[in-house]
Design a protein around this ligand. Structure first.
Ligand SMILES: NC(=O)c1ccc[n+]([C@@H]2O[C@H](COP(=O)([O-])OP(=O)(O)OC[C@H]3O[C@@H](n4cnc5c(N)ncnc54)[C@H](O)[C@@H]3O)[C@@H](O)[C@H]2O)c1
Length: 332
């Protein structure tokens, strides 16, 4: 199989390396808006570098992986669809609902597959949580708490293109809450703080946020996110029901120290970032994409899933800006 990777930054170079190791991937072609970056990654993983996206699409590919900056996703999805190629795209599809719908229309018209990169669906802990909820182990689920904490802000240039903390980070929590619980978010109330570095205020973004999400069965979800968690990279979910309580992401590398007497010492090797914490999940989602392209497995996360998560993230952003609860049905 010949796969093209568009965008060879932080996550694109990681995906390129994973694909280069995949036994079903015979050839890899990479391209980036910065051709020198594409050439460097091609050299590292043993891929061909194309000078631009048009050249990449002309290289007889079976599929493409889109890992460019978010602002380019929708257009690249449409180009892949018009070329008749199945695509895997990093989240989100676009920064707004109209852009997302335009990209999805191009995919529908072409009849191609689009898989979105919500990798938490491939993480062992979240998969176990989904099974536990479905098996009734928690009894009546009433409370979910999620945390997404980055150890440090991304590069300043990334922020204005990211869509903000809700669309960029909290969208992962929204997706995994929907996937684990099988419920839809109906209303949100969100707040944000930009008291950290000036780069957040300059980008109109916040460095820390909290949202209260209400699910369609009344389950309450609190979702917190920050770009400034000095202790390390911390992504967790806690689920509480009237029979049991479970946690995802609580292990010997969780950057959290208990102050109770006789509790374990701080983790000696806290998770440093998303690439380390979710490495097996990123590999598994690309393996699922390869199987989708080969016609061996269904699409594990299609464009409608991304649209649903985006609408909730956008409702959070509106709630933060307008300082009021927002019904998700408002986001059309
Ligand atoms: N699933 C996850 O956990 C996860 C983690 C990080 C990033 N992401 C997503 O991946 C995407 C990339 O993030 P990143 O952190 O790797 O960013 P990055 O800034 O490190 O890399 C983006 C790359 O895309 C290139 N690029 C921009 N526009 C392009 C275009 N039109 N054509 C080709 N290349 C183009 C840039 O030159 C850059 O090399 C974002 O959409 C982000 O939301 C997802």
């Amino acid at each position: 199989m010949r796969i093209g990777v568009i965008g060879t930054g932080r996550i694109g170079s990681f995906h390129a390396a994973a694909l280069a190791r995949h036994p079903e991937v015979g050839a890899l072609v990479v391209a980036d808006a910065d051709p020198a970056r594409a050439a460097a990654v091609a050299g590292t993983v043993g891929a061909e570098a194309a000078p631009d996206v048009a050249a990449l699409l002309g290289r007889g590919l079976d599929a493409v992986v889109i890992a460019s900056a978010t602002a380019a996703h929708a257009e690249l999805i449409a180009r892949a669809a018009r070329a008749g190629l199945p695509a895997f795209c990093e989240k989100p599809i676009a920064l707004d609902v109209p852009g997302t719908l335009t990209a999805l229309a191009a995919v529908a018209e072409a009849g191609t597959e689009l898989q979105l990169g919500f990798m938490r669906r491939f993480d062992a802990g979240y998969r176990a949580a989904r099974e536990a909820v479905r098996a009734g182990r928690l009894g009546r689920l009433h409370t979910v708490r999620t945390a997404t904490s980055d150890p440090e802000p991304p590069p300043a240039a990334y922020l204005p293109l990211s869509g903000g903390l809700f669309r960029d980070c909290v969208v992962h929590d929204v997706d995994i809450v929907r996937w684990v619980t099988g419920r839809e978010v109906v209303e949100v109330y969100a707040r944000g703080s930009d008291a950290g570095g000036a780069l957040f205020r300059e980008a109109g973004d916040v460095d820390t946020a909290a949202a209260l999400l209400t699910l369609d069965d009344g389950t309450l979800v609190t979702a917190t996110a920050t770009r400034c968690n000095g202790a390390g990279y911390d992504v967790r979910m806690e689920l509480a029901g009237d029979r049991d309580q479970l946690a995802v992401g609580l292990d010997e590398r969780t950057p959290l120290t208990s102050l109770e007497p006789h509790s374990p010492a701080p983790p000696p090797k806290p998770w440093p970032g998303f690439l380390e914490r979710f490495a097996p999940a990123y590999e598994a989602e690309l393996d699922a994409f390869v199987r989708l392209v080969r016609g061996e497995a269904p699409n594990p996360c299609d464009g409608r899933e991304a649209l649903a998560a985006l609408r909730v993230a956008e409702a959070c952003e509106r709630s933060r800006r307008e300082h009021r609860p927002v019904r998700v049905e408002e986001i059309v």
